[in-house]
Design a protein around this ligand. Structure first.
Ligand SMILES: [Zn+2]
Length: 377
């Protein structure tokens, strides 16, 4: 099997592991360039020593720390980083996970500078993605950005991330069972084209990650690498498919629906992978109950057949719970009425056929909503 570094190279990304040589490829591209090392108050403890190591090796590096333990990628944060990056820097290295990576990608795309990330948590699949979710005027929007040039991976560092963050990464990967099935379902029922390479790449990485769950839980290097591979492959599969189809289905639409609601209520938004993990439990449940429905409808046989090889929602819930991830929507403060609104409306988030669309088109959610509310509260 191609190593993650080889695979990443195919997609124009330098995925480099920590070693005694201290990221030689990354450093080799920085000759004469001033580097802005971006952190927040949580990741500064990694960023400061990293900037020092760069300076020790003759690279001009300066730190910039956002004054928050959990910043959000909003206008104010992006403007602050942009202002700093404009002061003669030629590269921005984010030391963090989702939010800082998103800010760095967006700001450097605007400034025409390359960027990279020293990953501090295997918590989400946006490391290798070319778009960036931002919060603008209190709304979640997806902005064009570019992909990072370098992804620096240090399993010793990733091991120190809170288990919930690793669990969020696992949630974002278990989600691929559902979104790949949604894609197949759509191809059978609507004729949507499936990209077999993207699907095979994603499925292989998903299976590798699932086979390593024990090692991931134990903080083993091999397990964390399999999780990272799957998280990065999500980005590469999207590039191959030319859309987010291989990495995002109904479970992501449910997460997106909830995110909008958290923002509207002015509440802190739970981790992406945590919400997606919960959406995955709902999607698995929706698929598994199709065979037992008394209603007959177009697509029932196809959907029921696709549900057979899927893992059970109970198994998925056990995996998430083993990382301390919530398995009920009540645990993340989603009111029951919002949960029900999500069941009935999340399919409108995107015009993409998923198991939620199937339920909606055939009026099946009425019969499922009480059962699901009971299960998830
Ligand atoms: Zn995701």
């Amino acid at each position: 099997m191609e190593t993650l570094t080889q695979l990443s190279e195919r997609f124009g990304i330098n995925a480099e592991y920590a070693s005694a040589a201290f990221y030689p490829v990354f450093r080799g591209n920085l000759a004469g360039v001033r580097v802005l090392v971006l952190s927040d108050e949580t990741t500064r403890r990694y960023a400061d020593p990293f900037a020092q190591k760069l300076r020790d090796r003759g690279i001009e590096a300066e730190g910039f720390t956002l004054p928050s333990r959990e910043p959000v990628a909003d206008e104010a944060a992006c403007a602050a980083v942009e202002e700093r990056a404009k002061q003669g820097f030629g590269y921005v290295l984010a030391v963090g996970a989702g939010t800082l990576n998103d800010i760095a990608k967006y700001v450097t795309f605007r400034l025409g500078l390359p960027c990279g990330v020293l990953a501090t948590a295997a918590s989400m699949d946006g490391y290798a993605s070319g778009v960036t979710p931002l919060i603008k005027n209190g709304q979640k929007v997806t902005e064009n950005a570019h992909t990072v040039r370098d992804i620096l991976l240090d399993t010793d560092l990733l091991r120190t991330a809170p288990p919930l963050m690793t669990g969020a990464g696992v949630g974002d990967i278990l989600a691929k069972y559902c979104c790949l099935t949604d894609w197949k379902l759509s191809s059978l029922l609507t004729g949507e084209a499936v990209d077999p390479d993207a699907m095979a790449l994603m499925r292989g990485a998903l299976e590798g990650c699932v086979a390593s769950l024990e090692s991931i839980r134990a903080g083993g290097a091999a397990g964390l690498n399999d999780l990272l591979r799957a998280l990065l492959v999500s980005g590469y599969a999207m590039v191959l498919a030319g859309s987010s189809r291989p990495a995002s289905g109904a479970e992501h639409h449910m997460s997106h629906f909830l995110e909008t609601d958290f923002l509207r209520r002015g509440k802190p938004v739970p981790l992406h992978g945590v919400k997606v993990g919960l959406g995955t439990l709902v999607s698995l449940r929706l698929y598994k109950r199709i065979a037992g429905l008394k209603e007959d409808f177009a697509g029932k046989a196809e959907a029921a057949a696709l549900a057979v090889p899927l893992p059970t929602p109970e198994w998925a819930a056990r995996q998430l719970a083993s990382f301390g991830c919530p398995t009920r929507f009540s645990e993340i403060g989603v009111p029951k009425d919002v949960f029900r609104a999500m069941l009935f409306n999340a399919h409108t988030i995107r015009s993409r056929f998923t198991v939620l669309t199937l339920y909606h088109e055939h009026g099946l959610m009425e019969g499922a909503a009480d059962e699901l509310t009971e299960l998830f509260y």
